[in-house]
Design a protein around this ligand. Structure first.
Ligand SMILES: NC(=O)c1ccc[n+]([C@@H]2O[C@H](COP(=O)([O-])OP(=O)(O)OC[C@H]3O[C@@H](n4cnc5c(N)ncnc54)[C@H](OP(=O)(O)O)[C@@H]3O)[C@@H](O)[C@H]2O)c1
Length: 334
């Protein structure tokens, strides 16, 4: 049997507020021999996700990562060795690979993916659990967006936001994206074809939203939380739906999360706010992935990918998520 070495990214220390490069350490170790029921995977594309940051807290909803532990990451890889009857050498799989070039893991945590349906990168992006599927179920199952409605999406130039905005538009809504900076706003209207865009870093957000949605907002797909949530809450229509997908503005200070102060608008306007976690829709993933891949093939869905090459750049990719220096999906190809 060939021996493989694994280069991996560890949590060197818990961040105190904003993430910094010194929170991470990269090392190379030999891969362990497989036990019965395990597979050896060579990582091909790793998904950069916000939960990689939130598990760095000592107490975390998705389970806390110990200092010295390998950073968590979902990804797509190829099987190099298998001691599981369910997988063969060469199979492409999706699952919790971690921030590393190679993973020895229980086969039961992984599922095969079909490269005929979509290329490997798409399985962490447009068809990915934490990207395309999150957007799909947020818009369709939680927001129940209807034709003619006005939908606002925050972090609209990012991974989940850009897909959510495009699905809402395909479903016949008027869609306004919120993003940081004029270039991202141009991207939203000119490349993604949204009906309007608002730069939360420089516009008078309240006034700009009123101008773009004079009759109010029917659905708000929120990725950001914080102050922006209050601005939108103040402008919702009767029977509006606020979809709490995430709150990235709060992830670097989770000990003191800022909630909305204008939540009474929900009562005044007979509206509702509903959070969701994508894994609650697991039974419907395959059906949604078929639809997402058809949209990709037909050119109806555009997924920008911002790719970092080399596992040593995993920390840089994660830092980029918080500085907003990307469009679409952040991916690391180890
Ligand atoms: N509910 C679920 O099951 C589920 C699953 C996956 C992801 N999510 C959530 O989906 C959201 C988006 O995740 P993603 O992977 O698609 O990331 P992303 O949108 O590609 O990247 C994050 C974006 O957030 C914006 N941002 C960062 N810090 C901010 C701040 N302090 N204030 C305002 N905006 C800020 C940046 O865009 P700008 O340059 O425009 O500021 C950045 O590009 C996250 O909140 C995540 O937790 C939820």
């Amino acid at each position: 049997m060939e021996t493989y070495s694994n280069r991996r990214v560890l949590l060197a220390q818990r961040p105190n507020g904003a993430l910094s490069r010194d929170c991470f350490h990269v090392e190379t170790v030999p891969c362990a021999a497989l036990e019965e029921g395990q597979i050896l995977i060579e990582a091909k594309c790793l998904s950069i996700d916000a939960f990689i940051r939130t598990v760095m807290y000592e107490e975390a909803y998705h389970g806390s990562l110990p200092v010295g532990g390998t950073l968590v990451a979902l990804g797509v890889g190829r099987i190099l060795e298998s001691r599981s009857p369910d997988f063969e050498v060469g199979d492409a799989v999706f699952g919790p690979i971690g921030a590393q070039t190679h993973a020895v893991a229980p086969a039961s945590l992984f599922r095969k993916i079909d490269e005929e349906i979509a290329p490997l990168r798409a399985w962490v992006g447009a068809l990915g659990v934490t990207t395309g599927l999150t957007a799909y179920f947020g818009i369709r199952a939680v927001g129940c967006v209807q034709p003619g409605e006005t939908v606002v999406v925050s972090a609209a130039a990012g991974a989940v936001g850009s897909v959510a905005a495009q699905i809402a538009r395909m479903d016949g809504a008027r869609v306004i994206g919120i993003a940081g900076g004029p270039d991202k706003c141009r991207f939203l209207t000119e490349e993604l074809g949204l009906d309007g865009a608002l730069d939360y870093k420089s516009d008078d957000v309240e006034g700009a939203l009123r101008a773009l949605a004079p009759d109010g907002v029917d659905v708000y797909f929120d990725n950001v939380g914080g102050e922006l949530l209050d601005v939108v809450l103040d402008q919702i229509r009767e029977r509006a739906r606020i979809i709490i997908c995430g709150a990235i503005s709060q992830y670097e200070s989770m000990e003191s999360v800022r909630g909305p102060s204008l939540y009474l608008r929900l009562a005044e306007r007979h509206a509702r706010m509903e959070g969701f976690a994508v894994n609650f829709f697991e039974a419907r993933y395959a059906e949604a992935q078929r639809e997402l891949s058809a949209w990709l093939d037909e050119g109806k869905l555009v997924m920008h990918e911002h790719v970092f090459s080399g596992i040593d750049h995993f920390p840089d990719a994660l830092l980029t998520m918080f500085s907003g220096g990307h469009r679409g999906k952040l991916i690391v190809e180890p």
